[in-house]
Ligand binder design. Structure first.
Ligand code: BEZ
Length: 257
């Protein structure tokens, strides 16, 4: 299957900054955790575990959980919670039929090699094992993305090669899962407008690094301010609180017996 056209520069994750600006990402992971329904004694892989709060929740259910993430800084933070966390890219999973379930929250939209990743997840699962995940779906943060594209275009920069995000539609991702041999029990798009704990500019500094990478420090601040100015009338309320147009793609699939 063809890959989305993306050429990203790496996003650098700083666990301290993430804790301040993005803790809502794991806080809002409760529904997908419920869909996973981890049980004592199960062996579970948390794909894109970040700094580990949901991995810890899975461990507290009595499951034996392994977290993987490409960010060494995140893995370090997850290990500090006492978790088995390993630095590993999603495209390079090297497990063989050892997990009862693979879980992922808010990570798959960063994965460039979707087909390599899905192949690795399929191989990592025992026959009958489940793959339960949630990530950005079609329309996710669309207004923010459009405002970034416009701000960069004003400076003569094409945002397309800088765009790190893959937000597929429901039928597209179902087909992709099935093509890799999964049986899809449920897949759905969910609108989830999300209140930010800090400013949209702070959110951009954490999540939109790739778009801002070609700019110097001063221009970066200008672009953030410009995006805020463009979007304030629709995404900021009278108390100054920002709410972003998040859309989730949530699914439960299995590796057939
Ligand atoms: C998300 O979790 O949907 C998301 C994360 C980073 C950038 C954009 C969206």
């Amino acid at each position: 299957m063809s890959e989305p056209q993306i050429h990203i520069s790496a996003t650098k994750w700083d666990p301290t900054d993430y804790d301040r600006t993005a803790r809502f990402v794991s806080d809002l992971g409760e529904p997908v955790l419920r869909l996973l329904g981890p049980k004592a004694g199960e062996r579970i892989l948390d794909l894109g575990c970040g700094d580990g709060p949901l991995t810890k929740r899975i461990a507290e259910s009595g499951a034996d959980v392994v977290g993987v993430d490409p960010s060494a800084e995140f893995v370090w933070a997850a290990k500090a919670l006492g978790l088995d966390a390993r630095v590993m890219a999603a495209e390079e999973l090297n497990f063989r039929a050892e997990f009862d379930a693979v879980f992922s929250n808010a990570a798959l939209h960063w994965v460039r090699g979707q087909d390599e990743m899905l192949d690795g997840v399929h191989k990592a699962l025992k026959p009958g094992g489940r793959f339960v995940a949630e990530f950005g779906g079609k329309g996710n943060v669309e207004r923010v993305r459009a405002a970034l594209v416009t701000a960069l275009a004003r400076r003569g920069i094409d945002a397309l090669p800088l765009d790190p995000w893959y937000f597929p539609a429901n039928p597209e991702y179902r087909a992709r899962l099935e093509w890799h041999g999964f049986r899809v029990a449920d897949i759905r798009l969910i609108d989830r407008p999300t209140v930010l704990p800090r400013s949209l500019g702070d959110w951009l500094g954490t999540f939109a690094q790739s778009f801002l990478a070609p700019l110097g420090e001063e221009e970066r601040a200008e672009v953030k301010a410009e995006v805020e100015r463009d979007l304030a009338p629709i995404l900021r309320n009278k108390d100054g609180v920002w709410s972003v147009d998040y859309v989730r793609l949530r699914f439960a699939a299995t590796r057939p017996l």
